[in-house]
Design a protein around this ligand. Structure first.
Ligand code: VG1
Ligand code: CO
Length: 545
């Protein structure tokens, strides 16, 4: 198997901190949908499909699978039937700009009108980053949102395509909803559309078609306004204008580009050129839009020059991830979450209310646990995937959360937010006067250091990978108490989660092996790949300060 490795275990920050290890037929039935909206949806025949089970974050498939007649449409129809709109409902639509996203956005708008939505709010050009879509669902009080993205998966005709569905409040659909969607995709043999509606994605503004309204919005505006309520923009502006201060943001030819240009170069006064690869391309320029050192060669080089940039960051395909770098240092995502938690009171968003609680996914390093323990706020451990944070955020139990896959976010929306995390770091640097390395060093000095590494074994045979996990689960009992090298096994379990707010259960979310002295191994199968199985092995161990 191919193996890619996250390597955060080097004792020094310098040097190579990272190594690599149907038929379609139209019928016009003069349909009347509920809520008195006179419409004439057309019925098209196709489906069902048996392979549309959503994974960790939406449905992801090779683009050519999604381009089959009816494939996208059946999934969308299943969404609209599993979570039907109420009267006068609004739907948000947008995507990360990858191949097929624009056509899919038009399809989603037409199908939404045919299925009873009164208003569709769509990003200009069909573009919305995932955090911006979540922000729009909230600000427009929408019933939900369709995000046309396979996030960090490569794009293009030979790459992947995906659809995420977020519900009222802006968070990813809960497992009960995605299960209902999947069930529907296996039954549906037709979908509804309004192909008579000419959807123009490029002209910003409202257009009414009978009783329904299409509203094309600038993708950046709402999100950027929200950011200004979270951070001290004046302090960040002052930091960016300090003589000699330089930063770079790599948008990886993906959705974060327009947001970063507007934010850094237009709003915060950073010079042009601060944003690299800032124009979304249909195939992301052939790269894997994942904040991984393999794809960030030029950005990483800027942190290793004789005169390195002071701050660098990158995002992924749909703009929800963040990688933070400083001169000679890549901040481990678990450390980033812990550092943000430890300094939350310095940021306007948290000032005066503090942190009541924080959550991290199971495989994320326990650095933030140490901060929670010492500073006295609650800590929740959830399965992988942002959807498990929603109820905790909604109920006010947590206001900050993160994952080891470079995802960090807060209760300002219900998704992870790449540029939000970048602003958080810049705001911290501005008010503490410290650089990335200084903040990281000080954190390790105070709380100790959690070494963290993730190994990905990609392209495995699905049956073999599943059998491996099953055998592992069957041998957990036998593992307890054994020793290996300096470590003995304290606890070995298959992680099952009960949502403390709604009591829902998620079983077998990964195997977790706790060791003594303080270390941990987590193993799980990825739920975002489209090629066989990917086994992720997460390794961590603690060095006290
Ligand atoms: C991966 C990450 C997970 C993240 C998910 C969606 O899932 O591990 O932490 O929430 O991607 O991120 P998996 O099942 O492949 O490990 V994104 O930015 O691709 O929507
Ligand atoms: Co993403």
């Amino acid at each position: 198997a191919r193996s890619r490795q996250w390597h955060f275990v080097v004792p020094s920050l310098d040097g190579d901190g990272l190594t690599k290890g149907s038929r379609v037929q139209a019928l016009d039935l003069g349909w009347k949908v509920p809520h008195g909206t006179p419409m004439k949806p057309q019925i098209r025949h196709g489906g069902p499909f048996d392979d549309q089970k959503p994974g960790t974050s939406g449905l992801r498939k090779p683009t050519r699978t999604f381009c089959q007649p009816g494939y996208l449409e059946i999934f969308l129809q299943a969404i609209f039937e599993a979570d039907p709109p109420g009267p006068a409902a609004t739907l948000v639509v947008g995507g990360d700009g990858r191949h097929f996203a624009r056509e899919a956005a038009v399809t989603a708008c037409r199908m939404a009108f045919a299925n009873g939505f009164q208003r569709v709010v769509v990003g200009q050009g069909g573009l919305l980053s995932t955090p911006a879509a979540s922000a729009l669902i909230r600000s427009r009080e929408a019933h939900g949102g369709i995000i046309l993205s396979a996030s960090h998966n490569p794009g293009g005709p030979e790459g992947d395509f995906g659809v995420k569905y977020n519900t009222r409040g802006g968070g990813p659909a809960a497992p009960a909803v995605t299960d209902a969607i999947y069930q529907r995709t296996r039954e549906l043999e037709r979908w509804l559309t309004r192909d008579d509606i000419p959807v123009d994605l490029d002209a910003v503004g409202r257009t009414a078609f009978g009783d329904v309204v299409l509203q094309v919005v600038d993708p950046v505006t709402d999100w950027l306004e929200l950011m200004q309520t979270q951070f001290d923009f004046d302090a960040i502006r002052e930091l960016l204008s300090r003589p000699g201060f330089r930063m770079r943001f790599d948008a990886m030819n993906a959705a974060a580009g327009p947001y970063a240009h507007a934010l850094f170069e237009r709003c915060l006064g950073a010079p042009e050129g601060t944003v690299m690869r800032g124009v979304p391309l249909e195939d992301f320029g052939g790269i894997h839009p994942d904040p991984h050192p393999d794809g960030l060669v030029d950005l990483i080089a800027t942190t290793r020059e004789t005169q390195p940039v002071d701050f660098a960051a990158a995002s992924d395909g749909d703009g929800d991830r963040n990688m933070i770098l400083g001169p000679g240092v890549v901040v481990s995502p678990g450390d980033s979450l812990a550092i943000l938690a430890a300094h939350a009171d310095k940021i306007p968003a948290f000032r005066g209310r503090g942190l009541r609680g924080v959550a991290r996914s199971l495989p994320t390093s326990r650095a933030v646990d140490r901060v929670a323990r010492r500073e006295g706020f609650d800590l929740y451990e959830t399965p992988t995937g942002w959807k498990f944070f929603t109820s905790l955020l909604d109920s006010g139990r947590i206001s900050l959360c993160g994952e080891e896959s470079f995802g960090t976010g807060s209760d300002h929306i219900r998704e992870k937010d790449g540029l939000w995390a970048v602003l958080f770091w810049l705001n911290l640097m501005a008010v503490t006067g410290q650089g990335v390395r200084g903040l990281v060093d000080a954190h390790w000095g105070r709380y100790g250091r959690d070494l963290f590494q993730r190994q990905d074994y990609e392209g495995l045979d699905l049956e073999i990978a599943t059998a491996l996990m099953d055998r592992l689960k069957a041998s957990l009992e036998a593992l307890r108490g054994i020793t290996a090298g300096p470590f003995s096994v304290l606890k070995a379990e298959s992680f099952c989660y009960t949502d403390p707010v709604d009591g829902s259960r998620a079983l077998d979310q990964g195997v977790s092996i706790t060791l003594d002295p303080d270390a941990r191994i987590t193993l799980r199968l990825s739920g975002t790949g489209t090629d066989g199985a990917t086994l992720r092995v997460y390794l961590e161990s603690f060095i006290p300060s």
